[in-house]
Design a protein around this ligand. Sequence first.
Ligand code: NAD
Length: 498
Amino acid sequence: MSVIPYTDIQSLYINGRYQKPLSNAFEKVDNPATEEVIGHAPVAGLDDARTAIAAAREAFDHGPWPRMTMKERCAAMLRFRDALLRHEQDIRSLLLAEVGSTHLLLNGPQFGGVIQAIERCVELAERIRPEPTDVVVTPSIIDPSGAGTLGGGVTMSDPYGVVAGISPYNFPLLVSMTKIAPALVVGNCLVLKPSPFTPFSTLMLGKIADEAGLPPGVLNIITGGAEVGGLLCTDPRVDLVSFTGSDAVGKAVAAASAQTLKQVHLELGGKSALIVREDADVFSAAALASYGFTVHAGQGCAILSRFIVHNSIRKDFVEAMRTVLANIKVGNPAEFDTVVGPLISAAAREKAEYFTDRGQTDGAKLVFGGRRPAHLERGYFFEPTLFDDVDNRSMLAQQEVFGPVGAVIGYDDDDQAVALANASAYGLSGGIQSRDKVRAFEMAKQLRTGDVRINGGTGGLYLPGPFGGYKQSGVGREFGPQWLDTYMLKKSIQYPVG
Ligand code: NAD
C-alpha cells in the first residue's frame, strides 16, 4: 500500500511550527472505503489547546498580522492559495483516503471550492473602506436655542481578535477554509480544530501556512474532540467561535460560549426539502433528486433529502428515481466513475441502517436500497435508499440522517407543499422543480430556509449569495457580499465637522 500524503504528520501546528502534542496521545485514522489504517494522528489535550490559544492571542495582541495593510494580508492569502494549488495532487489523494471523497467532489467543492473561497474573501477584503456616516446637527444641551454642533463620522471595521474555528468531517478542507480565509484576511488570528475523523487534511495546512509565509501564531491547528472543542468555547482569550457541525453540538457550543459572552457563528445541519410541482420535467427532477441525496453518501448539510412531490406525478417520479438510482455507481472513491462513496464510519452506517428500519416500522414504503451493498466487503458503504409514502411528521422526515436515505412525501396543492417543506425544525436549504419559474419564485419566497435552488440553482457552490440557516440550522451567514462582516466588529468614530 502506498503511503498517503501528509499522514506522517505527528505534530500539532502551533505558533508557526509543528510541535509534538503535550498530551503525547495519538489515534489511528481509517480510510472509510477500505477500513485500512492510513496513519496515527496526534490528539491534542487541553494543555495543547491552551498553548495554541496563547499563541493566537500573542500574535493578535502584539504580532504584525493585524497591523499589516489589507493589501499585504490579501497578498499573503493569495500565496496561501498558490501553495495549495502547488500541492493539489497530494491534497486530493489525502481527501480521497481520509474522507472517502469521490473524484466528482474533489473536482467540485472539496478542492475547487477551497480555492474559490480564498479568492472570494480577497476580493471582498479589497473592497473594504471606512464608511462615512450622516452629518447631523446636535442641539446644544446647555442652550437649546443656541448654535448646535455639526458632526459626522466614519464606521470602521476591526477584526474580532482570536477566532476559534471548529469544523466537521464531511468537507474538512473547504469548511476549514471558509473560516481561515475570511477570519485571517481581515486580521484575526485563528485556532482551528478539525473533526477527529479528518485530522490530516487540516494539520497539513501548517505546511501551506509556512510556504505562504504567515507570521507565527496567525494560524494554529490543533486536534481532539469535545473536550478540546469545549475549551475553545469557554477560554476567555477567544473572542469569536465559528462552528460548523451538527445542531446538537451547535447548541453545546452556544451554551459554553455564553459563559464569556463570545460571539458565535453556527452553521448547522438540515433536512432540506425539494418540492416537485406537477408541471416539472419528471425525469430531470428525479435525476437531480437522486444524485442530490446520494452524493457524498448523503453527508452534506444542504443536501435535499425530503422530496415533496405532487401526487399526480408521484408514481412516475418514484419510478424514475428508481431507474436513476439503479444506475448510480456505489464503490471505492478511487475509481473515477464512482458517485456514492462510503460513510465516514461504522457508526454513521449504523445510523443509516437505524433510520431505514425506523422508516419501515413507521409505515413508509421502501422502494430502493436499504442494505449494505453486497459487492463491497470492506468499507462503510450503504446503498442509496429511498422511501415513498413517508409521513412528514415521522422521524425519517424530521431528523438528519447524514447518510444516503431519501423520503418521498405526496401533496396536492402549492400551499400544502410549502407548509410541508416548512414543517421542520431546520431551515438550511430547499429546492423547487417547476416549468413555471414565476410560480416557483413566489413559492421560494415563502420557504423558511437560508437558500432555495429553483430548477437546480446555479448547479454548485454559489459564493456570491449568502449561506446559512433559518431556525435550528444555524446563526449567521457565510459567503455572500457580507461574508467578512462575520469576522469583524464595527466601530463608529465621530468628530465635529467644519
Ligand atoms: P459534529 O457536530 O459531531 O462535530 C463537529 C465538530 O465539533 C467536530 O470537530 C467535533 O470534534 C466538535 N465537537 C464535538 N463536541 C463538541 C463540543 N461539546 N464543543 C465543541 N466542539 C465539539 O459534526 P460532524 O458529525 O463532524 O459533521 C456533520 C454535521 O455537520 C451535520 O449535522 C451537518 O449537517 C453539519 N454540517 C453543516 C454545514 C453547514 O455549513 N451548515 C456544513 C457541513 C456539515
